[in-house]
Structure formats: structure tokens, C-alpha cells
Design a binder for this molecule. Sequence first.
Ligand SMILES: Cc1cc2nc3c(=O)[nH]c(=O)nc-3n(C[C@H](O)[C@H](O)[C@H](O)COP(=O)(O)OP(=O)(O)OC[C@H]3O[C@@H](n4cnc5c(N)ncnc54)[C@H](O)[C@@H]3O)c2cc1C
Length: 331
Amino acid sequence: MSPDIAIIGAGVVGLSSAYVLAGTGRSVIVLDRGEAGMEASWAGGGILSPLLPWDYPEEVSLLAARGAALYPDWTRELHDASGIDPEYRKCGMKILPGNRSLEKAGPWCEAHQTPHLALDDGFMLPDVAQVRNPRLIRSLRAALEKMGVSILTHHEVASFERCGDRISALLTSKGERFAAGNFVVCAGAWSRVLLEPAFSSPEIYPVRGQMLLFDAPGLTDTILLRDEIYLVPRRDGHLLVGSTLEYAGFDKSVSAEVGRQLHRKAAEMLPGLENLQPVRHWAGLRPGSPGNLPTIGRHPEIPNLYLNCGHFRYGVTMAPECARMLSSALT
Ligand SMILES: Cc1cc2nc3c(=O)[nH]c(=O)nc-3n(C[C@H](O)[C@H](O)[C@H](O)COP(=O)(O)OP(=O)(O)OC[C@H]3O[C@@H](n4cnc5c(N)ncnc54)[C@H](O)[C@@H]3O)c2cc1C
């Protein structure tokens, strides 16, 4: 029997959508053309907040705040169900002096009841938390499998089979056919490429971000931020340095020169990094969208096609809230 819902894309958005939908008793399958969660959702920093919340539209603040608020219970639940700890941790984020738009920080925090501290050496948001992306994905995947959700990796969706005004099935690049009652596109930066040959699509485009990883225990307990460059300390002593915003199409290659620039800027913020060499350098493609606003809900032309895509810089933060919104649109 075909499932109630087929989700295309097993990034954090597709998997959290599957988790909420399966939790309502629906039968769900998820298809991904690669491994689960190995694109943007693996590459990101896992900061559960916009970098400078006062620089975004109110809707972005709201989605991010609601998503972040769901994380403590959600990650506890996932940990219990899967045995894998997503390493949710409230570590705070300190914005260092000299950052642009810092004059807006105090009034914005007051207006949004966001805890904050104006320090001599920066502006502190003590409630900002982080999660460890690869662990979150592994935990979600294991929890979903226990719930009976099939996650079909190495299944690239190539097109949609139509029956009247509805979609009847997905067709993969290997010629397999997957029928379902409803279909959800969670294909991250590739969502528009998937939709556009057949349907209209929101504006979604890849935005590359390069990251460095250091083995640097004890240098900071708090996320540090200055001028788009952030440092995220992990529990095991690793330190992430990110990131860039590059409009380079679907190209995930890294550049040694950009790596050196990131390293230099990070060492200006944390001099202990100066003489260390990064242990890893990678890039991921964010699902860019105008205003950083995702599209969640039913497609305007097809009654059984839904979208949850275009989360740009904050898809990890927003994922649990957007999954809830998608579920209410579907039910
Ligand atoms: C460098 C970097 C740093 C970031 N830092 C943060 C941060 O600190 N905090 C935060 O909240 N967010 C951060 N983000 C953003 C966040 O990672 C993304 O918004 C989020 O991961 C998007 O999730 P997604 O599931 O939509 O996309 P993805 O994780 O890219 O998943 C999409 C999936 O769809 C699959 N797919 C695509 N086309 C097809 C097809 N035709 N058939 C089948 N499967 C298909 C892909 O294989 C992929 O697995 C960062 C991103 C990057 C790149």
C-alpha cells in the first residue's frame, strides 16, 4: 500500500517534517538522492539563533525563536528514542565590539524580551544554544526508523507523475515509481531545480558557506561573533569557524585563500588560534531565499503537493517549528 506522505529530501527539514507527520499517525517515506543529512544540514554551525536577530524581518525572528524554544524538549525526546545525544547546549553568544548594527541590539532585545547583557568586551545573548548537526541528523534518523519511517537513500527524484490536477507518484532517475497520497518538497537548495520543470517555484538559490574546524580545547565556552565570522566551541574541544556567503551556483568546492582569510579573522577574535592549523575545511550550500524566509505549505497549483524549503541561514534553528507548521497545513 502506498504511504500517506512521501517527502523529498532527508536534510534536517525533511527529517523533522517526517518526525512530526509520523507522530500524527501518518505513514511516511523519505527519499534522498544521497545519504541522509549530508548537505547543508551537515555542513552548518548548529547555532540556534539568527546571528544578528535585529537585522532580519519579524517573521524570521518569530520562526527562529519558536524553533529554538522547541529544541530542549525535542532533543531530549530524540536522545531518549535513539540513544544518540544531539548535544543541545545553551552556551550563549557574545558579539564582539566593532560589529555592525550593534546599536540596534539593546532596543531589539528589550522589545522582544530577549535576555541580554551589555559587557565591556561585547554584547552577550546568554540564552543562545547550539546543537551538533551530524549528531542531530543521526539521532533523528534512528528515531524515525524506530517509528517505522522508511528513509530511502540514493533515490534521486527526477520527476512527478500527474493524474489530473494531482500528483500520483514520484519517478526516480533509476526509473522507480513511488506512489503516495501527498508529496512534500524539502530538497533544500535544489528545491527550485526539482519543481520548476513542471510547476511554479518560490525563489530558492544555493548560497555557499565555507567552514573550518580546529582541534582547540579550552579557548572559549561561548559562541563568539564579529562581522559574520563566528566561532562555535563543541563539547569535545573542536572549534568551528564560519562562514562565507558566496553566490557560486551548485559548486561546493573550497578555496585555500578563503580558508586563510577565515583563519586570520578567527585568530583576531581568539589569538590562541593563530598557530594552530585547521583539521578540516568544507563547504555547504544553503537554500537561499529572499529575506531569509522559507516557504511552508500547500503548493498553489497542486492540491497534494506541499513545500517546506528555502530556510537559508537558519534551517537548523527553524526546523522543528516549520515541521509543525507543515503538519498543520497537511492536516
Ligand atoms: C556553512 C553553513 C553554516 C550554517 N550554519 C547554520 C547555523 O549555525 N544555524 C542554523 O540554523 N542554520 C545554519 N545553516 C543553514 C542550515 O544548515 C540550512 O538552512 C538547513 O540545513 C537546510 O536544511 P534542508 O533540509 O532544507 O537542506 P539540506 O540539508 O541541503 O537537505 C536537502 C536534501 O535534499 C536532497 N535532495 C535534493 N534534490 C533531491 C532530489 N532531486 N531527489 C532526492 N533528494 C534530493 C539533498 O541530497 C539533501 O540531502 C548553515 C548552512 C551552511 C551551509
